[in-house]
Design a protein around this ligand. Structure first.
Ligand code: GAP
Length: 465
């Protein structure tokens, strides 16, 4: 089993991630998040909100509707430009993204002979001339542009007048509320608006587990600034965001890198964009894009709505449409990176438990902040009512302060391993000495060091950790 497969199977087994509507065979590109998954997602979202909104004086939170007036998507350019080039195999009818196929053949001699570079060739028909279906070697159709926005209807009539879109990015809800924030908050340039919410894309080839889904959550912040200050701010945001992954998510620095976009791969709105990439088991891939969107969106919304969206600077008496720097990331991609980064297999197991086995042990070494469960409370034996009562008492004591789990099933060694597998940083064990002395054992997931701590100082002790 390769590493991605092992992670998929662990996250399913332990209740992080399930295929959506699995009892019906699932549906491609959609996932459900179980008790540990939703908690991990919340930890990621809280860390982002904290650094973007709570700790800033210049960034305001927002929660806009998923469905917007459809003209907003005409204005933003998504109706005409939010497309991927699609090809289909005439024999097996499998569909592919032309740009993904082009990436695959980029290094082949035949492709080089054709002296076309993927970077500057948007004529996918030419790029893929003679290329066969990678699955069955069948002939491919000519590429056509496929719009990724999901469509539905608002109201009872299913006609073109009531057609609406599920948003493919949360950003447009921010641009259409930019004036509301200007008018209701005391705002001075530069300032930002931050939002977390669902986005939907009818991806041609969802895949790599939760990396490319059709329904996902984005965390986006649009930072409005005076034109001319944008390039400097862009650099600052790239550095700040990279630091956040290490400091707040606990991801290893060596597994992160910045990749600047080539001009030809820039989205229709961007002047420049840098991705933060994570080294997934399947290769370096984007987890966040930090784009300079210039005044593209506000210009377009001003034009289509007829509403003046310019900013008037009271001090300099200047009036302008601000430029926008946008750090944008997907919650589930971050979650996937956090899980991959925490995943550790220890060959031969760890030997300090009384029941040492020689099997490989899996530990999710989440940072304290990311761990879905912070503390497990374990009575040494299940059939001793005094121990169980005491353990339940400790559980009630810690529950208001931390995400806790109580577990009395199986041997203590097995229970430690169960907690290691879901990344719980601390196990609190209640034994016979607890009954005599009022102290418990606190076991550290990573060092396996055990400390004896008095129950009346336990919450403080764990808080400090
Ligand atoms: N508003 C800018 C924007 O949406 P993007 O690069 O298309 O830019 C931003 O998306 C982030 O959203 C990506 O870096 C990724 O983390 C996440 N994302 C995009 N498409 C996704 C998908 N199909 N599944 C999961 N996450 C996705």
């Amino acid at each position: 089993m390769d590493l991605t497969q092992k992670i998929i199977s662990l996250t399913k087994q332990k209740g992080f991630i399930f295929p959506s509507s699995e009892i019906y065979g699932g549906i491609q590109g959609f996932y459900d998040y179980g008790p540990l998954g939703v908690q991990l997602k919340n930890n990621i979202k809280n860390a982002w909100w904290r650094s973007m909104v709570q700790e800033r004086d210049d960034i305001f939170g927002l929660d806009a509707a998923i469905i917007m007036n459809p003209t907003a998507w005409v204005a933003s350019g998504h109706v005409s430009n939010f497309t991927d080039p699609l090809v289909e195999c005439k024999a097996c009818h499998k569909r592919f993204r032309a740009d993904h196929l082009a990436d695959k053949i980029k290094e082949t001699e035949e492709f080089k002979k054709r002296s076309l570079s993927v970077e500057d060739a948007k004529d996918w028909g030419k790029v893929l001339e003679g290329v066969e279906c990678p699955d069955c070697s069948g002939e491919l159709t000519a590429p056509r542009l496929f719009n990724l926005m999901f469509k539905t209807y608002a109201g009872p009539a299913e006609d073109s007048a009531s057609q609406v879109y599920l948003r493919p990015e949360t950003a447009q809800g921010i641009f259409t509320n930019y004036k509301n924030i200007l008018d209701t908050q005391r705002v001075k340039m530069p300032f930002g608006i931050a939002q977390i919410g669902k986005a939907f894309r009818n991806e041609i080839t969802p895949g790599n587990f939760i990396f490319r889904q059709r329904e996902f959550e984005q965390m986006e912040m649009e930072y409005f600034c005076k034109p001319g200050t944008d390039e400097q701010l862009h650099e600052e945001w790239i550095a700040r965001r990279l630091g956040w992954y290490v400091e707040s998510l606990g991801i290893k620095k060596e597994n992160l890198r910045i990749r600047e976009h080539e001009k030809s791969e820039l989205a229709h709105y961007a002047k420049a964009c840098s991705d933060i990439e994570y080294k997934f088991p399947f290769g370096w891939s984007e987890i966040e894009g930090i784009a300079n969107r210039q005044a593209h969106d506000l210009t377009q919304h001003q034009k289509f709505s007829g509403v003046d969206l310019s900013y008037f600077d009271e001090t300099t008496k200047e009036k302008y449409l601000p430029f926008v720097i946008e750090p944008s990331c997907g919650v589930e991609r971050l979650m996937f990176a956090v899980i991959c980064d925490a995943y550790l297999e220890i060959e031969g197991g760890r030997t300090t438990t009384t029941e040492a086995t020689k099997e490989a042990e899996t530990v999710l070494r989440f940072s304290r902040a990311m761990a879905p469960v912070k503390i497990a409370i374990l009575p040494l034996l299940k059939n001793k009512p005094d121990l169980v009562d005491k353990a339940r008492e400790v559980y009630q004591l810690l529950k208001p302060h931390f995400m806790c789990r109580y577990d009395e099933a199986g041997t203590i060694g097995r229970r430690y391993r169960r907690q290691d597998e879901i990344g719980t940083p601390y196990c609190v064990t209640i034994d016979f000495d607890t009954l005599a002395n009022g102290d418990v054992t606190v076991r550290d997931r990573d060092t396996m060091k055990q400390d004896r701590i008095k129950i009346d100082t336990l919450a403080d002790y764990l808080q400090r950790k």
